[in-house]
Design a binder for this molecule. Structure first.
Ligand code: ADP
Ligand code: MG
Length: 330
């Protein structure tokens, strides 16, 4: 029976099946050692999840592990990086093996799937929180940043938008879910809890996309980062937003409501990226093998800020809850 911090590390964190060839020294020493191939850059990203802020303290540990790792993998995907190594700083109120066992099982399941190895971390006592630092490899000069969008480029997103927000609404308001089919509820709830980071898309977009990011705060909030980083304006046409059949059913076939959710839904783990018109065929060919759909939702223009259009004309309805959604040239 594991008892102290060292037993916990040995029994749980050092038990990953996957062992990468480029890890020279993993868990157990003062530092991990990894070998970086020549001509590659290491993409590094850290995210923290704090109980009570990012998840409920009594949330299912398997879901917490999935969310923590998936959101970090999504950041690597957005840079076009291939996942390689991860460190875990875990703060726990008590050594609770009934919590740790499903947490590690779920963590390693996802980590193995994406070929990323847990190489170290820290385990401390305190209010529950999880901090991950992921590292990925990208050929030097080929990382996808937020700064490369050019006037005239198309703006794209992967997958469907809005499902994660609908899933969260169903989770938070269980009673309302009774009016929907069990199938619809399961699909949307899974899209919230089990969204797939688009790692293979990020890799395929190297050399093709001019800018990219992952959708964590809603496409209208996130696309502004590309507009700012690239010093351009972006037009998004709400009629081009990809909406799932489940989302439309959830919204009672009210398209405008579905479009609102699609624009503002966070934690989608979909990628938003820009690419030149000249690269349309290359994009189609590169993404054909990923089994992930993508849709053109707008255009990069000269100027600054984000404008929402409907069938090419300025949007006539107000997006509720978003006062500053349109930033005209300033
Ligand atoms: P130190 O005192 O040198 O920081 P620790 O006692 O914190 O070492 O950790 C011992 C070893 O276990 C280190 O290699 C560290 O990276 C690893 N480790 C500690 N906590 C975790 C964790 N939660 N996940 C993965 N590795 C961990
Ligand atoms: Mg330590």
């Amino acid at each position: 029976m594991a008892k102290n911090e060292f037993d916990i590390i040995k029994h749980y964190f050092a038990q990953q099946q996957l062992q990468r060839d480029d890890v020279a020294l993993a868990i157990g020493d003062d530092c991990a050692l990894v070998n970086v191939p020549a001509d590659y850059s290491v993409a590094v990203s850290t995210d923290s999840l704090v109980a009570g802020t990012h998840f409920l303290a009594d949330a299912d540990p398997a879901s917490v592990a999935y969310k923590a790792l998936a959101s970090n993998l999504s950041d690597l995907a957005a840079m076009g990086a291939t996942p390689a190594w991860v460190s875990l700083a875990l703060t726990l109120p008590t050594i609770d093996e009934a919590w740790l066992a499903p947490f590690c099982h779920s963590f390693f399941e996802l980590a193995n799937q994406y070929n990323i190895q847990l190489i170290g971390g820290d385990t401390t006592k305190g209010p529950l929180s999880i901090t991950l630092t992921v590292q990925g490899l990208v050929p030097r000069g080929q990382a996808l940043t937020r700064r490369g969008a050019q006037v005239g480029d198309d703006v794209y997103v992967t997958g469907d938008l809005g499902d994660s927000a609908a899933g969260l609404a169903l989770i938070l308001n269980q009673s309302s879910s009774q009016q929907y089919s069990a199938n619809l509820v399961t699909t949307l709830v899974d899209r919230h809890f089990k969204a797939q980071p688009r790692v293979n898309v990020g890799e395929a977009l190297r050399g093709i996309a001019s800018a990219a990011l992952d959708i964590s705060d809603g496409v209208i909030a996130d696309v502004k980062h590309i507009a700012q980083g690239s010093e351009v304006a972006i037009d998004i046409d709400v009629e081009q937003l990809p909406l799932s059949a489940e989302l439309l059913a959830f919204c009672g076939e009210d398209r405008q409501r579905a479009q609102q959710l699609a624009l503002t839904s966070g934690e989608e783990y979909e990628l938003c990226f820009t690419a030149s018109v000249a690269n349309r065929d290359a994009l189609k060919a590169a993404l054909a093998h990923t089994n992930v759909k993508y849709s053109c939702i707008g255009k990069v223009k000269a100027g600054s800020g984000l404008s929402l259009l409907q069938l090419g004309k300025p949007l006539t309805w107000q997006l509720s809850g978003w006062d500053h959604f349109v930033e005209t040239n300033n």
